[in-house]
Write a protein that binds this ligand. Structure first.
Ligand code: SAH
Length: 337
């Protein structure tokens, strides 16, 4: 829902100020139309229905995976494509993965989004509308519980709108502690996230512990090299006391050797004996995107994890969800429809 436009429409029809809050409360709880908002005067419901699109996004396509994952393809009002994913877990968690941009201006060589054309930043309303879409699908009993900015785009390049959307997520039942912003390591963004008050989580896409290889995989590393990025994450932890997640996509024969696990453990090591670890590594099995890379074997991923654990770096292997519908990490590459 375009919230600035809602306020304007209400003001133009001389409505009291609390109406915007009323409409938003219904919407955030999963209402599917203005008609359901029974404490609004009927005439106002009609006006809103006539003048205000219920969502700033149009659903173009939806795919459902065998594991319960749902991927939605949307178009903005100006026809820009984007995708978002809902993941359902056995323990009851419902996690959404949302996009911050249509396409991505960065060119990580292994990521499908990096191969599509960059269109533009999404507005805060367009980000929130992805979450609302899944909130409507998942109304009972607990709604959506977690949100990650791991869809298309680099959230730190659109941080005002991302933070604007984050301010609204608790109304949908998604607390800030259950919201994570993932970045390639855009330092000015990490610094801003450190300074602001919401207790949001930070995830860093690292993928290689040496500069030469990281620059090859992620050209942005030329601008913000590894040591500086890790330092910015340490400063985030010092201020927020919130552990930083490190994402590391496992590429066969590229970044999955034992020595590379040791180098990663050294890069993330505690500064003092006995400290708890600032970082937790998520090893991501590579999902095919048509790039020349291949995913590491399961056994090499497990060995890599064990090497990290042996060096006191917490590490887990991420469960791949929705791969059969191209909804898994790095597979979001909507084409304009
Ligand atoms: N631009 C931000 C937000 C996107 S997050 C960032 O890079 O952090 C998407 C995550 O999926 C990133 O960690 C990315 O590196 C990872 N990823 C990209 N392509 C992938 C693929 N093909 N398989 C698995 N993970 C991938």
């Amino acid at each position: 829902m375009d919230l600035p436009l809602l306020e304007k429409t209400l003001a133009a029809s001389d409505q009291p100020r609390f109406r915007a809050r009323q409409v938003w409360a219904w919407t955030a709880r999963g209402a599917t139309s203005f008609q359901e908002m029974t404490d609004l005067p009927a005439s106002l419901r009609e006006t809103l229905q006539r003048e205000l699109p219920f969502s700033s996004l149009t659903l173009r396509d939806e795919a459902r995976a065998a594991d319960g994952t749902v991927k939605a393809l949307f178009a903005t009002a100006d026809g820009r494509p984007l995708e978002a994913v809902l993941m359902r877990y056995r323990d009851g968690r419902r996690s959404i993965c949302v996009s911050s941009q249509s396409g991505c201006p960065l060119t990580c060589t292994f990521c499908a989004t990096g191969q599509m054309k960059f269109a533009r930043n999404l507005t805060a309303s367009e980000i929130i509308d992805q979450a609302l879409h899944f909130r409507r699908l998942e109304s009972a009993p607990q709604g959506v519980t977690n949100c990650v900015f791991m869809g298309m785009g680099e959230p730190m390049l659109n941080l005002d709108n991302v933070l604007g959307a984050c301010e609204r997520l608790p109304d949908l039942g998604i607390g800030h502690r259950h919201t994570a912003i993932s970045t390639v390591g855009w330092i000015p963004g990490i610094e801003r996230l450190t300074e602001q008050d919401m207790p949001l989580r930070l995830a860093l896409s690292l993928h290689a512990a040496d500069d030469a290889l990281r620059s090859e995989l992620m050209p942005v590393n030329e601008r913000y090299p590894l040591d500086d990025v890790i330092e910015a994450c340490r400063a985030f932890y010092a201020r927020k006391r919130r552990r930083v997640f490190v994402e590391y996509v496992m590429l066969k024969g590229v970044n999955d050797r034992y020595e590379q696990a040791l180098a990663l453990a050294r890069a993330l090591a505690r500064k003092r004996e006995g400290e708890t670890s600032i970082f937790k590594v998520n090893l991501i099995p590579y999902n095919p995107t048509g790039s020349p890379y291949e995913g590491s074997m399961r056994a090499s991923i497990a060995a890599f994890r064990d090497a990290l654990l042996a060096n006191e770096i917490p590490a887990t292997i991420r469960l791949t969800r929705g791969q059969d519908i191209d909804a898994a990490c790095g597979q979001l590459a909507a084409r304009a429809t």
